[in-house]
Design a protein around this ligand. Structure first.
Ligand code: HEC
Length: 112
């Protein structure tokens, strides 16, 4: 009788342990998934398709469009985001998805 009780308790510990393990796995998956979504946007590719016709193939600037190679030293990520969404002076607003706009603003703000 005592042995049976012990066996049941031992079993319960095993099940609890397994549940804890499963939960951790799920959380890891979630984090990997979120990271994957952000990484799915390649800011450089977005800039190549949406910005270089004005800012130059190497973002060196051309015509009225200034160089973006060191734009992070002049503007914050938020300010760059604002320029993309609303345009500024001679630059029209550029329609990108939220993810793309965020990724491009972050990428450019790191160019100093
Ligand atoms: C139609 C041409 C055109 C396109 C397309 C364009 N830009 Fe511009 N951009 C300009 C011009 C012109 C300016 C200068 C604005 C001014 O007169 O204040 C500018 C300014 C900027 C500035 C401010 C730079 C500074 O030093 O203050 C940023 C940042 C910028 N553009 C980012 C982008 C990004 C990112 C894209 C693509 C998503 C893009 N631009 C697409 C023409 C363009």
């Amino acid at each position: 009788m005592k042995n049976k009780l012990l066996a049941v308790m031992f079993g319960a510990v095993l099940v609890l342990g397994a549940c804890g393990g499963a939960k951790t796995d799920k959380e890891t998956d979630k984090q990997a998934g979120a990271g994957g979504e952000t990484a799915a946007v390649d800011p450089e590719a977005v800039v190549k398709s949406s910005c270089i016709m004005c800012h130059g193939g190497n973002l060196e600037g051309q015509g009225n469009a200034p160089s973006l190679t060191d734009v992070g030293s002049r503007l914050s990520e938020t300010e760059i985001h604002d320029v993309i969404v609303n345009g500024r002076g001679g630059m029209p607003p550029v329609k990108l998805s939220d993810d793309e706009t965020n990724a491009v603003a972050k990428w450019l703000s790191e160019k100093k």
